[in-house]
Design a protein around this ligand. Structure first.
Ligand code: NAP
Length: 296
């Protein structure tokens, strides 16, 4: 990964620039005439970039001028993404990094090395995640162990690997891809809710600990986004978002470095209110067909 030349890209400027060009100039899938935010993170590392939300983020960031390191286990999918991005840009805006975040030590070493290779990561997105595998109970160790290792431990390793260097530079943005499922317990979702709640808590703690260091922390809480993760979902998918809409909404808000981004907002508000109800009342409501879950 050595030899990347970022100097000519200029310094970090994470302010959104409004443009009415819409077509081809900015976020993946941005509709013609829509407001386009020109993201100018100089460098970014994104885990889970071979598919779904991570892939969309990597594409959109690269299109807006960011040098992207796209990480995942499936090298073939990553190479296809990189070829697509680089063919479009005409110069190397993206690199693939094959990485299994379930191996936290290897993840820490790879992210730290990436930070050194690019002369400092401005944005790290811990996005890699899994739902419960089909065919085993969500409370089984087979489901829980893997989900905790990937969705929580792997994310923690990703986020903290280059943190000492970011703090020393007094610059950086850590982003974790959590879920509205982190707001409160849901039936049939032990393996998903628990590590995502841990991730959201970690992000909020990091945000407090990193105040005044120049490093910002954002938790993204997503409802339902049409990605391969939901291919086998057998429960209701209210307010389902297409990937490009979710990605555009995230990238429109990230430059302000908020503590959290909740998508879609009506579902986020409803989920937050629901989680605040007395436990007995929630237990009664969980008997409704809406809450019948058999998946993530
Ligand atoms: N889709 C939704 O409705 C939804 C809702 C809330 C939150 N989220 C969160 O959004 C994030 C992205 O999910 P998605 O919906 O885009 O699903 P997706 O399309 O299935 O993508 C998941 C990504 O995570 C990567 N990944 C999984 N295990 C990994 C591991 N051990 N090491 C490295 N990479 C790994 C996968 O790549 P490889 O298989 O190539 O490794 C893939 O790129 C996840 O954290 C998910 O929990 C999604």
């Amino acid at each position: 990964m050595g030899g990347w030349d970022f100097a000519r890209r200029g310094g970090l400027d994470a302010r959104p620039r409004r443009s009415r060009q819409g077509r081809g100039a900015g976020l993946a899938g941005a509709r013609r005439g829509a407001v386009v935010y020109r993201m100018t993170y100089r460098t970014a590392l994104i885990t889970g970039a071979s598919s779904g939300i991570g892939r969309g983020l990597a594409r959109a960031l690269a299109e807006s001028g960011t040098q992207v390191i796209a990480c995942a286990r499936r090298g073939g999918e990553l190479e296809a993404l990189i070829a697509e991005i680089n063919a479009q840009s005409g110069w190397g805006r993206a690199r693939a990094l094959v990485l299994d975040v379930a191996d936290s030590e290897a993840t820490r070493a790879a992210v730290k090395q990436a930070d050194a290779d690019v002369g400092g990561l401005d944005l790290v997105v811990a996005n890699a995640g899994v739902g419960a595998p089909p065919g085993v109970p969500t409370w089984s160790w087979e489901a829980l162990g893997a989900a905790c290792q990937i969705n929580f431990v792997g994310a923690a390793a990703t986020l903290t690997a280059a943190l000492p260097q970011m703090v020393a530079r007094r610059r950086g943005h850590l982003v974790g891809m959590s879920s509205l499922a982190s707001f409160g317990a849901l039936p049939g979702a032990s393996a998903y809710c628990a590590p995502k709640a841990g991730l959201s808590m970690l992000l909020d703690c990091l945000r407090l600990d990193l105040r005044n260091t120049g490093v910002a922390v954002t938790a993204i809480h997503v409802g339902f986004v049409r990605t391969p993760m939901l291919d086998h979902a057998q429960h209701a998918l209210p307010q389902l978002l297409p990937v490009d809409v979710a990605v555009a909404a995230m990238l429109a808000r990230l430059p302000a470095r908020p503590a959290e981004i909740n998508l879609p907002q009506p579902l986020a508000l409803g989920t937050r209110l629901f989680a605040g109800l007395p436990r007995g009342l929630r237990d009664l409501l969980f008997r409704l067909p809406l809450f019948r879950r058999d998946g993530i």
